[in-house]
Design a protein around this ligand. Sequence first.
Ligand SMILES: Cc1ncc(COP(=O)(O)O)c(C=O)c1O
Length: 418
Amino acid sequence: MAALSSPQSFLLQHPLHPSPKTPSFPPHKQPLRLKPSTVSCTAVRPPPVSLSVANDRIFNFAAGPATLPESVILKAQGELYNYRGSGMSIMEMSHRGKEFDAVIKKAESDLRRLLAIPDDDYAVLFLQGGATTQFAAVPLNLCAPGDAVDYVVTGSWGDKAFKEAQKFCKANLSWSGKSDKYTKIPSFEGLEQNPNAKYLHICANETIHGVEFKNYPTPSNKDAVLVADMSSNFCSKPVDVSKFGVIYAGAQKNVGPSGVTIAIVRKDLIGNAQPITPVMLDYKIHADSASLYNTPPCFAIYICGLVFEDLLEQGGLLEVEKNNTKKAGILYDAIDGSGGFYVCPVEKSVRSLMNVPFTLQKSDLEKKFIEEAAKEGMVQLKGHRSVGGVRASIYNAMPLAGVEKLVAFMKDFQARHP
Ligand SMILES: Cc1ncc(COP(=O)(O)O)c(C=O)c1O
């Protein structure tokens, strides 16, 4: 008899010499009784994996891929081996079969409910290539090579989007926060907008620098549209989708694993891609085929669907926003109340609810802070390599208890380093 080590693996068993440790066969799965001279292997399903919540989950403050709701992980675990009686996992089934068809349709309709996305006016696309691919897809789909477009750059991601757009059209810098180390959002009156720009691009939440738009500028050209990279605050609060021509977001911060990027695109903008646009970047191709032009990232879409269900069960995005405001408030209060021991450089009115960057006044203590926090079960607190310091990403799925534990640790650490 051979037994594979993983609990998920089959026990390969000689039918005539069953081990007393193996589970008994239900009547309909009795192994064949063969003549003694014949050796056969029969697959025996292992007992179901226990779905109890072990106390070994840590608080993961990573910026993305990031923590997911525990209930979603457990549900996915329960469905992983045999998806809803189909006899296979969601990772193994055809993206054109009835099970996955139901998964992607429900994910889309739940997302539409969450964000109140009008059916008639906007397409919801499940794409690949990350938000980075959208840096190129947006200009390729929305303008001709000679067209002007405007970018407001409030951090590194907006800057990357701006630089990519320069390859495909005439991208102007309407405003940059670089000289202030990306700690501000501009007043909208001060934006230098091109009167002929086809769109105005913003990054709604800068993941590295922790600056977040609290309201949105309007393009000065009445025919232009607002485009937003919402990767790191997608579904963290209600958003009036009708203010935007395109919203795009990599899933791996707030709504799922990496591998799927969601684009919400106003339908009248679809169908004008530049001729050089690769099919995989053409919104029309994906809209016409309901995100199934080629093999989509099925498992990632499935997990997003579970997250959307979970957000709806929580009461929708207003409730989610309330929780996020509370969590961020506790953390920023701890920083501001530390008498300068901890410092958040971002202007108060535009501090992100999702990514909280801060430094220690005694910068030589930062490494120790991060290491000790990790020993206490709070990980991934290192600031982005481009800016250093500490960053706590507290997306939707970070429990209040995680933020409270971090704040208690911060106070204790400060007390120990007077
Ligand atoms: C705001 C923002 N935009 C774009 C990206 C790039 O996303 P991806 O890695 O999915 O291409 C990130 C990644 O962290 C991000 O935070």
